[in-house]
Write a protein that binds this ligand. Structure first.
Ligand code: NAI
Length: 717
């Protein structure tokens, strides 16, 4: 009996291996486990068994894939080592696939990455019908490709098209779909899995099918040249359209399937090995693996250092204001089963709020992401009204009324006497100081910012903002609540712009300045898109609304006067002319044509000419430098001021809050990839433009010491 694997012989001379990593919630494949597996396979090769069953000893958990520490180290390994790692696992799993008796893998719970590749090396797979059972090869999501045979064995088991669907998307399939595509023989209740596995072994002997299957799986798939050309060209176009060439892993996986499917398995595995080594060591893989770990950290973060602090349960939620944001918050809360009260000043406004909530769920039902009963359940959880008295039983009230400090403070005064004495009060304000708002209440320790992003139903990020007096218990409670309603919270201290807007708005202001200095509007947007942003800064101005951008931008300019990029009055002029962006059909561009598509608007030139401060040709390089170097400086100042607790908070905030490209891993990881020394030298070029391009202490220190925001992991695979 080993540490991780237990071997038993059941009656009928059927062997059974149980994989159970002691003391761990999930099974993963780390180095010591692979070593023990190798030894076990050696022993099994010498045994005379009727057949072999393989299962996990953990209920609802099959194999989660690679060991996380080893995954973290992967992108730091040289190419040759990556190739060796993949080659090593290929030999081991080939030996599993050639064991001298039929083999059946019993899958209950998630089977991911290496777990799925292991299962594919066995003759048959049976899944449990539990909703927790999902089978996938998610490698491309972290910038790598399956390297233990997945790109070769999966197409040989289920066919090229469904295999490409799974491999290039990284999305898992549930047990039902796995049966449909032939990935598993059947999906049955957990307590019947073993019996089905044993019958399969008997069946394999009776028919001799297992030997024929093995032979077939070692051969080329045999697509005709035309079939192959046509199918792969379509896939390549589709992947390129989705990834814009910025994510190489899905294309590398496609190449591995393309080059490997029409040659014998052994040669196909060599193709996979080479492709795995090629993408595994890139900075993109490193960034995406980093995002995966940062996300994991946020999922388990309680929001406070003191682990003894427990969040309070918020059984009933109140939302004040049924507008754009309030209705969105009500939707998120009520959809997750929490009784939620929505209050506005007039019935008509409340009705609009309810309609907004219904539209969100209606849209999800249309898209097949929700069921009609979800709508009924959500509505059953919503109570509406126009009186603050409706909040008397709420454990928290989330205020989402217009962005006017005095209005908010006055409203708190009316509201607080009607609330439970221990209830929390939070504001969704995007610009007003939380500490100042807290001072207008009787409970500054139970007051905080809870800053959702628009549109609430699609934006995962919520900033939990601590005022000076916000208690740890309040923070922990808000973090737990945000997670409960399926958001990702990031805790930050109170400062103008909080986390995301403090970094994003200087970028927007810089774009305006560049435009007025002579930069071409389309080239400016393109420069940002080429860097990886989902849309350029000018297009973003029109989307968020020129009035909103003007207001929020001016708050940041006022607060960080010493360094802010101060654009001419172009936003004011557009607002005065009623050009508020997409919502009014005109802003920097016009949106009045078919489907509201953005088009150049000749009328805009008069606004530009009035605000011009130059007309020089500005290179794409200067545009990209100024847009993102300014962001970097501000991001490092946020760390120096300890507004957040971890570089990952900054990077994940930007990725989730403004679409910063995940393949760059966030602005700080971008700095690590480029090297602080190189970026500090670039900053010097723009130093005369103002303090916003003066390297922070952190950047200077890193440039001279070579230190990084994310040091390489110490674990060596
Ligand atoms: P909105 O104008 O769509 O909705 C505000 C709602 O509050 C209206 O329905 C109004 O009737 C209601 N209201 C006004 N006074 C009230 C009172 N005394 N009692 C109850 N209800 C009252 O505004 P929106 O966009 O939803 O913004 C709300 C808050 O969220 C603001 O603080 C804003 O800064 C913040 N925010 C807005 C974002 C956005 O993109 N719109 C993003 C993040 C935060």
């Amino acid at each position: 009996m080993g540490t991780y694997f237990t071997f038993e012989v059941l009656d009928g001379n059927v062997g059974r291996v149980t994989f159970d990593s002691p003391g761990k919630k999930v099974n993963t494949f780390g180095r010591p486990i692979v070593e023990e597996l190798e030894q076990l396979v050696g022993e099994l090769e010498g045994k005379k068994l009727h057949g072999l069953l393989f299962r996990s000893g953990k209920k609802d958990q099959f194999i989660a894939g690679a060991d996380l520490n080893e995954l973290a180290a992967l992108s730091y390994l040289p190419k040759e080592m990556l190739g060796q790692l993949s080659g090593h696992m290929h030999s081991l799993l080939t030996r599993v696939s050639r064991l001298p008796f039929p083999t059946v893998c019993l899958i209950d719970g998630p089977s991911m990455g290496g777990g799925t590749e292991f299962a594919l090396s066995m003759d048959y797979r049976v899944a449990s019908s539990s909703p927790k059972t999902v089978i996938g090869l998610p490698e491309v999501k972290v910038g790598i490709i399956p390297g233990w045979g997945g790109t070769q064995r999966l197409p040989r088991v289920i066919g090229v098209h469904p295999a490409l669907e799974m491999i290039t998307s990284g999305e898992p399939v549930n047990a039902g779909k796995a049966v449909k595509i032939g990935l598993v023989f059947d999906a049955v209740p957990l307590d019947q899995m073993e019996a089905v596995g044993r019958s399969l072994i008997d069946y394999a002997h009776q028919t001799g099918e297992w030997k024929k299957l093995r032979e077939k799986k070692e051969q080329p798939i045999g697509l005709t040249q035309d079939q192959a050309m046509f199918m792969f060209a379509i896939w390549q176009g589709g992947i390129f359209g989705k990834t814009k060439g910025q994510y190489p892993a899905p294309l590398a996986a496609l190449d591995a399937v393309r080059e490997g499917c029409n040659v014998p398995l052994e040669e196909g595995l060599k193709v996979e090995q080479a492709k795995f080594a090629e993408v595994g060591g890139t900075s993109i893989a490193s960034s995406l693996i980093g995002v995966f770990f940062m996300n994991n950290r946020l999922q388990s973060d309680t929001g406070v250092a003191d682990t003894s602090i427990k969040p309070r349960e918020l059984k009933r939620v109140g939302v004040l204001g049924a507008g754009l944001m309030g209705a969105g918050i009500v939707t998120s809360s009520s959809r997750t089963g929490i009784p939620t009260v929505m209050v506005d000043v007039k019935d008509d406004f409340v009705k609009v709020g309810v309609k907004r909530a219904m539209d969100v769920v209606g849209g999800r039902i249309k898209a097949g992401k929700a069921k009609p009963e979800d709508m009924a359940n959500m509505l059953a959880n919503i109570t509406t009204g126009t009186s603050h008295r409706y909040f008397s039983e709420c454990d928290i009230v989330i205020e989402a009324i217009p962005e006017k400090e005095e209005l908010k403070k006055d409203t708190y005064k009316q509201l607080l006497p009607l609330m439970k004495p221990d209830a929390l009060l939070v504001s969704n304000t995007s610009t007003i100081s939380i500490t100042r708002l807290a001072a207008a209440t009787d409970r500054p320790d139970r007051f905080a910012g809870l800053h959702f992003f628009n549109p609430v139903d699609r934006m995962p990020l919520v900033e939990v903002i601590r005022g000076e007096k916000t208690s740890d218990e309040t923070v922990a409670t808000l973090v737990a609540f945000a997670k409960k309603i399926k958001k990702t919270p990031i805790v930050c201290k109170d400062c103008p712009g909080f986390l995301v807007n403090r970094i994003l708005l200087p970028y927007m202001n810089e774009a305006l300045l560049l435009l007025c200095e002579g930069a071409d509007m389309d080239k400016l947007d393109k420069a940002s898109e080429r860097f990886g942003m989902p849309m350029g800064p000018i297009a973003l101005q029109d989307l968020v609304g020129i009035d909103t951008s003007l207001y929020a931008g001016s708050v940041v300019i006022e607060a960080y006067k010493d360094r802010a990029a101060i654009p001419p009055n172009i936003l004011q002029d557009l607002v005065e002319a009623g050009r508020l962006g997409t919502k009014t059909g005109k802003g920097f561009r016009q949106y009045t044509g078919k489907k509201g598509k953005a088009e150049a608007d000749p009328e805009f030139s008069k606004f530009l000419e009035k605000n011009r401060v130059g007309s020089r040709q500005i290179s794409s390089e200067e545009m990209t430098d100024r847009l993102f170097l300014g962001m970097l400086v501000e991001a490092t100042l946020i760390l120096e001021e300890e507004i957040v607790r971890d570089p990952g908070d900054v990077d994940m905030g930007l990725i989730m809050g403004c679409g910063f490209p995940p393949f760059r891993g966030g602005i700080l990881r971008w700095c690590d990839t480029e090297g602080a020394g190189k970026l500090v030298a670039k900053l010097e070029k723009y130093s005369s433009l103002g303090k916003r391009f003066h390297p922070s202490q952190t950047l200077k220190r890193m440039a001279s010491s070579g230190e990084k925001f994310y040091p390489a992991p110490k674990v060596v695979v």
